[in-house]
Design a protein around this ligand. Sequence first.
Ligand SMILES: [Ca+2]
Ligand SMILES: [Ca+2]
Ligand SMILES: [Ca+2]
Length: 301
Amino acid sequence: MFQLTFLCAILHMVCYAVSNPATNYVYSYEEDALFRLHIIPAVWSDAALRCQLEGGVLASPTSRGMAQAMLSTMEIHKLATSVFIGTTGILSKGDFKSLDGTDLAKTSLEWAAREPNNANNAEDCLAMNELGALEDVSCSNLLPYFCRKESTKKCRVTHVKSLCKNHGYKWESDTGSCYKFHGAAKSWRVALATCHSEGGHLAIINNENESKLLKKIYKEHVENIVVAKESRHALIGFRRWDDGEWATIHGESLGEAGFGQWSPGEPNNSGEEKCGSIHDNGLLNDAPCDEPFAFICEIAP
Ligand SMILES: [Ca+2]
Ligand SMILES: [Ca+2]
Ligand SMILES: [Ca+2]
């Protein structure tokens, strides 16, 4: 028992040291990775070494979202300086390479004004300033930095479970996701945004088991549905896109997602039906995008 408690405590520390990213690794759901801010400045090579000793790598922003998360952490700690990022031109003069394989061109981060200027022909390292713009700097500068560590499946599951709990979702061991049935009807777009605001997404059916489970969830909540028009379905996360193909909100075809069985007679495009829903028989239906219906959100690990 003691061992188990101890293990949980360790796991909790590793995954959820959310309170202080300046002393602990913090889990980022979006990046599915752990980050730690080092406030005490170091030269670039010491920063890279320190991260390596911690089992990680000097972090580079891999997306606008991640840059934003790094900037918010810097703001919380009132850091008004640049931070080193794990990108350097040491190995290939003028052509910056990141330690973790980040292609900076894909992050849509911009250079700060008059950068890169390779001042004194001695700026082989990269930093991100407090506005999120890049600059080349001397590797001997002393700057704070972030380390990044790969997450574990356990971290992700622990995080998902806590997210689910906070937003009233129910964990289902059958699929490993948690779900929330919204009986108050909304249009597909508003439903999409509602799930997103809870840290989830409109449910995506990935296999027959999940179709059966959503059918069961629908039945359990059918009494709570508040909708103007009689309907026997709930909106979920797929639609017909501009190219005419049906795909999930994550961009997969129904086949790639793992479930594409339409309810008999569907899709019938009655009126105009470009948004996806699940019929109360657990099978797919096309539904009008602008009419309000019940909907199901999912948080998946
Ligand atoms: Ca510069
Ligand atoms: Ca799913
Ligand atoms: Ca239909």
